[in-house]
Design a protein around this ligand. Sequence first.
Ligand code: C2E
Ligand code: CA
Ligand code: CA
Length: 280
Amino acid sequence: AKNLGRNRFNYFTPSMQVYAKYRMRLIQDLRQALQNQELELHYQPIVELKSGRVTKAEALVRWCHPVRGMVSPSEFIPIAEDTGLILDIGNWVFEQAAKQSAYWRDTLGTEVQISINESQVQFRDDKHGCRDAIALLHELNLKGAELCIEVTEGLLQDADIGVRAQLKAYRDAGIQLSLDNFGTGYSSLAYLQQCHIDYLKIDKCLTNNLTASDDEMKLCEAIILMAHKLDIKVTAEGVETEAQRQRLVAIGCDYAQGYLFSRVVTATVFAQSYLQPQAL
Ligand code: C2E
Ligand code: CA
Ligand code: CA
């Protein structure tokens, strides 16, 4: 290792050490990111397929690192989960989304339901901000249904009493629940009803194959039928083509999001594109 120049070591050796160093740096930076206001919440419209209207959006966090530029959430969310930083980030995301929804209501007279992603780690922590969250709703005069929490199958599979109590607290506050990335995990169906899920999101790997394979289409159709029987609405994720949209309409899917409709955009662009002040 002595022969290796510093640069060579840093840039050309894909060793664990390099990664560990990179990761440590990222952790340090992430600690600062909230204080330095480097995090932003961006939005992707969710389209009601029947009408083509946009009344919902998914909030997705963005990190604008001063040196590295945009760091993808798939890179920093896992790190935030490992270090517990996800708790502060999660509370910030919730607060930001709630305020955004109230702001759009107050300035444009439009109700937009904002979906927020919450990590398992948040639910499994005693300090989960459920209580603060509900206090914030009252403060902003929100009914609750302006927000929807997206959770993953992992959370519901081994939801202990603590997790269930938190889900119930959200529901009691009027907040809706959505099951993200459906079709990627075990997809045991029992918990769908036990946990009172309102929406189920068909993962983009299923959506992708919707027009390529008949089996995949039948699978999606079956998922939608089952969900509707359980009074659950279905959103398809990662819709990229018109052919996929048409298939989804044909098999009765309720909502869709994806690059066909829009990329993830800033709050300002979202409002300009989809929210018109309501005529009195
Ligand atoms: P996700 O919740 O499944 O979010 C959907 C991801 O798909 C987003 O990636 C979005 O930009 C991307 N996407 C949307 N439409 C399309 C499409 O048509 N095609 C393709 N290929 N991709 C599409 P993003 O923003 O990079 O987020 C990645 C993941 O990071 C999210 O996956 C979510 O698990 C996590 N994440 C993002 N924001 C938050 C947050 O505030 N809190 C937590 N806990 N996790 C978050
Ligand atoms: Ca999501
Ligand atoms: Ca998803």
